[in-house]
Design a protein around this ligand. Structure first.
Ligand SMILES: [Zn+2]
Length: 172
């Protein structure tokens, strides 16, 4: 091995160890927020939520704009999944987007999952409860600064728990 190839090998080793070091940190960060996914068939939720909520949560329907009482909810508290009760949003991140759907600038980290959705031809990003998989809404990039995210949620897929009440236990 000449000096040049030795140095190149050394450089590659350092780069590789930096990469793996960084990666292990990322994995740890994700795992600290990890929500265990319930292995429960959609049908099993039918008796636990209203028929209208079931259509949204497990058949990916959308409620009419302006129909949710949560549009006018301004108290401090937590928005939880209407099916499994996992907290998904905090009131401090709710804002009036003018769309007619409850809107948030960010979810509780790690408590929602996303997937691409082409239902309206153009690409939208669908998001759902990370625990039960129930469909919540879509996230867009036209929200307020600094994150510019608009998490547009169906009110029927959420329940609001004011700070004066205790959060219910997770169910499922
Ligand atoms: Zn859920």
């Amino acid at each position: 091995m000449n000096k040049r190839s030795f140095l190149m090998g050394l450089g590659a080793t350092i780069l590789a160890s930096l990469f793996f070091f960084d990666r292990s940190k990322q994995v740890a960060a994700v795992e600290s927020n990890h929500i265990k996914r319930l292995n429960k068939p959609h049908e099993a939720w039918r008796s636990m939520v209203s028929p209208e909520a079931y259509q949204i949560l497990f058949e990916e329907q959308t409620e009419p704009p302006g129909s949710s009482a949560l549009n006018d909810e301004h108290r401090d508290g937590t928005y939880i999944c209407a099916a499994c009760f996992l907290p998904l949003f905090e009131s401090q991140h709710k804002y009036d987007s003018g769309t007619g759907w409850p809107s948030f600038t960010q979810p509780i980290q790690g408590h929602v999952g996303t997937k691409n959705d082409y239902q309206l031809i153009f690409l939208r990003t669908e998001y759902h409860c990370a625990r039960c998989g129930g469909h919540q809404g879509h996230v867009f990039n036209d929200g307020p600064k600094p994150r510019r995210e608009r998490w547009c949620n169906n009110g029927l897929a959420l329940k609001f728990v004011p700070d004066s009440e205790t959060l219910p236990s997770l169910r499922g």
